[in-house]
Design a protein around this ligand. Structure first.
Ligand code: PMP
Length: 375
């Protein structure tokens, strides 16, 4: 039973003109058996993880009459420990920042360093959420283009950066939607140029968005290695992908203390709930178990890429938990055909390409059968 709508008085809201025709961001959340559209981890937490989380949440619940810890240094220390283990990066808790998903971390970056009269820059195709942070912080948005193979030409990138003088440069690695990781020959010249390429001779903040870093193939280095020499570098990560905790909304960043201190200025007080802090810390105690799963997702990814290639399709080599493949004359028809068979993937990236997340072996079998039928 739906209640009758309230009468709507004839008043016009003062909508910002640039928002007038905007729709809420996000892929359709459809009730479909095989969900391969938003690069989630297909495995729900194990009973042991659920148990730890439930206990941590119960303990947090007993103190919910109080506001949470505004600085959450315990969680930041746990994340610093994790990054030391995962990438060998030595970080103080004060060099780590946490928010509700790495999306919010990046919004904090734009709130701190963007703003009217300033510009944020990325290289297309890139993560489709970036222009939204720019819009919401009144920051101008500029994109350069990637090459045919989706790499960034460092010389062209540097001259664009010097021309645009961006306050923030956003570089996902692995990139979404292509799955390609930045190579040192792309990143190093950008970082060097960025030291003085920002507004008024300041640096540009270079954000390397490593949401999918844990899925990278051996030999691919994390940008965390470069933090010690680059106080204008910020590396963002998340518990949403490899950790399988997308529903908990925990993202984080590693950077110089100076940079993190600017984020502390713009965050809302108590932005990270006591429950979120407790749940994240509990999940991190199980990191060995969670990391073990990543190896099988990587294997599944590589098998998927091989199979797609065998079907005569173009496939981009992926360091992430998804694969971009194509090219189709009518990608919408393929997408719809898969959906009709209970498999939801994503239409994103350049015209003709489709992106599929890596699921369980059973889910991938359904995807392969469905794609075989649709083609
Ligand atoms: N960066 C990239 C490249 C992503 O693909 C995503 C999720 N789709 C995010 C950041 C945001 O993830 P979250 O806010 O869940 O941490």
């Amino acid at each position: 039973v739906t209640s009758p709508a309230l009468p709507e008085p004839d008043v016009r809201l003062p909508v910002r003109p640039e928002l007038a025709d905007e729709q809420p961001y996000g892929a359709p959340q459809l009730d479909v058996p095989v969900l391969l559209n938003v690069n989630e981890n297909p495995y729900p937490p194990s009973p042991a993880v659920i148990d730890s989380i439930a206990r941590a949440a119960a303990e947090a619940a007993s103190g919910l009459n109080r506001y949470p810890d505004r600085e959450f240094l315990d969680l930041r220390a746990d994340l610093a420990d994790y990054l030391l283990e995962e990438s060998g990066a030595h970080l103080a808790p004060e060099q780590v920042w946490v928010a509700n998903g790495s999306n919010e971390v990046m919004l904090h970056l734009l709130q701190a360093f963007g703003g009217p009269g300033r510009t944020a820059l990325s290289f297309a195709p890139t993560y489709s959420m970036y222009p939204e942070y720019a819009r919401d912080t009144h920051t101008a948005w500029v994109t350069g283009n990637r090459e045919q193979d989706f790499t960034i030409d460092p010389e062209r990138a540097v001259s664009l950066i010097q021309e645009v003088r961006p306050a923030v440069v956003l570089l996902p690695s692995p990139n979404n939607p292509t799955g390609t990781a930045l190579r040192p020959e792309e990143l190093n010249p950008i970082l060097a140029a960025a030291r003085t390429s920002g507004p008024d001779g300041a640096a540009s903040v270079v954000v390397v968005d490593e949401a999918y870093a844990e899925f990278r193939r051996t030999g691919t280095r994390s940008a965390l290695d470069l933090l010690a020499d680059n106080p204008h570098l910020a590396v963002t990560r998340t518990l949403s992908k490899a950790f399988g905790m997308a529903g908990a909304r925990v993202g984080y960043l590693a950077a110089s203390t100076d940079l993190v201190d600017r984020l502390r200025v713009v965050r809302l007080p108590y932005h990270l709930s006591a429950v979120t802090q407790a749940v994240a810390r509990a999940a991190l105690t199980h990191r060995a178990e969670l990391m073990a799963q990543i190896a099988s997702l990587r294997t599944e990814r590589d098998a998927l890429a091989t199979w797609l290639t065998e079907q005569g399709l173009q496939v981009v080599t992926s360091d992430a938990n998804f694969v971009l493949f194509g090219r189709f004359e009518d990608r919408n028809a393929i997408w719809q055909g898969l959906l009709d068979r209970g498999v939801l993937i994503r239409q994103t990236g350049p015209e003709g390409w489709l992106r599929v997340s890596v699921g369980t072996p059973q889910e991938m079998a359904r995807f392969r059968t469905a794609l075989g039928e649709v083609r």
